[in-house]
Design a protein around this ligand. Structure first.
Ligand code: TRP
Length: 343
């Protein structure tokens, strides 16, 4: 589709959200945080990264946990060197225009479209399997979550949205909703595209399955050294003895190694596996490699966690930058739908 009217932007805006539930783990780091921070350090980026705390309420109704996770995730991104001069870094709930836009979008989004959302369908299926009513335990928050996500993106005219594979459908829904709005009210929104990076590793967890909070197999990102070592020692291996050749390509230890190592280090470890490196030794070296990369950020993280007022200040500055865009844009959208002064 061409942007043939003046209002929709023609340059790319990168935008992504991080739901504030849970504590970041190595899988989050390798798969999402590290590449996003690397991208934030390049010149000439127009990017919005935000803490999706409205989204957290869909999954978690424990206020203390939502609050703590927000602090942890903000501290994590800052400790790892997010460049907040290049990237607008804010908390979703500091932008009241997002829920306003959500309502506008709710009024054009087809209910049938939401019925097809994977997350909703999975919940329905679980209910049916358990012999429950279709909608047992399903809130409107869960059902209409793709609309909130569309508002997150369209509020800032995000065009490139880095996400995991599980989120592609939501970006397609955002496009669909944007098109409907544009069709009815004129060309206001650029159409977003999902950016899925096939090169970043999907890290395996302690048990060899994908590292994920829902499997309980994660290695939290900023564990103290001793605990990090303990977690790494828990990674599942086989019973091969020292001196017996080991297959790197089926090994979680090797897979995590590769996500942190240079190409040279990876080639070297491959040889070590063939030469029968002991599991204990491989894990020791893995600990050292990971710890080397995380030692300094961990110190900054601990300092930030002790100083939430500083985090708050940075988030408020980010929110101000974000509102410099969202406030006037929302005024324009209000006008477009017919909500404006009678005088
Ligand atoms: N739903 C996303 C996730 O679970 C997080 C998110 C919320 C998001 N709003 C967004 C991602 C907007 C990209 C753009 O990972």
């Amino acid at each position: 589709m061409s942007n043939d009217t003046a209002s929709a932007p023609t340059h790319d805006t990168v935008l992504t959200g991080i739901t504030t539930t849970g504590t970041p783990h190595l899988g989050n780091y390798v798969g999402a945080i590290r590449p996003a921070i690397a991208a934030s350090q390049g010149a000439n980026v127009d990017a919005y990264y935000f803490l999706a705390d409205f989204h957290a309420l869909i999954k978690c109704q424990d206020p203390a946990k939502v609050h703590e996770s927000t602090r942890e995730i903000a501290a994590t991104w800052l400790a790892l060197g997010l460049n907040t001069d290049n990237v607008v870094f804010y908390r979703q709930s500091d932008i009241p225009q997002i829920p306003q836009l959500t309502w506008f979008l709710n009024c054009v989004a087809a209910k049938g479209l939401m019925n097809r959302a994977h997350a909703y369908k999975d919940s329905v299926q679980k209910n049916l399997d358990a012999g429950e009513d279709t909608d047992f335990g399903i809130t409107m928050g869960l059902f209409s979550y793709p609309v909130l996500m569309a508002a997150d993106i369209l509020m800032f005219n995000g065009t490139k949205v880095p996400v995991g594979r599980d989120q592609i459908q939501h970006i397609e829904m955002a496009r669909d909703i944007a098109q409907r709005f544009n069709h009815i009210y004129g060309q206001h929104f650029a159409l977003p595209e999902a950016v899925v990076d096939d090169h970043v590793a999907v890290l395996q967890g302690l048990d060899g399955r994908k590292m994920s909070k829902s499997y309980g197999n994660t290695i939290p990102l900023f564990l103290p050294e001793k605990k990090l070592k303990k977690h790494i020692n828990k990674i599942k291996t086989n019973l091969l003895e020292p001196g017996e050749p080991k297959d790197p390509d089926t090994s979680t230890v090797f897979q995590i190694w590769r996500a942190f190592a240079t190409e040279e280090q990876t080639a070297h470890m491959r040889k070590e596996f063939e030469n029968g490196i002991a599991w204990g030794e491989a894990k020791k070296q893995l600990f050292e490699l990971i710890n080397e990369e995380l030692r300094e950020p961990r110190e900054r993280y601990n300092e930030l966690m002790e100083n939430p007022a500083h985090i708050e200040k940075i988030l408020r500055e980010g929110a101000e930058k974000a509102r410099a865009y969202s406030v006037p844009f929302m005024e324009k959208l209000n006008k477009a739908v017919g909500l404006y002064s009678l005088a």
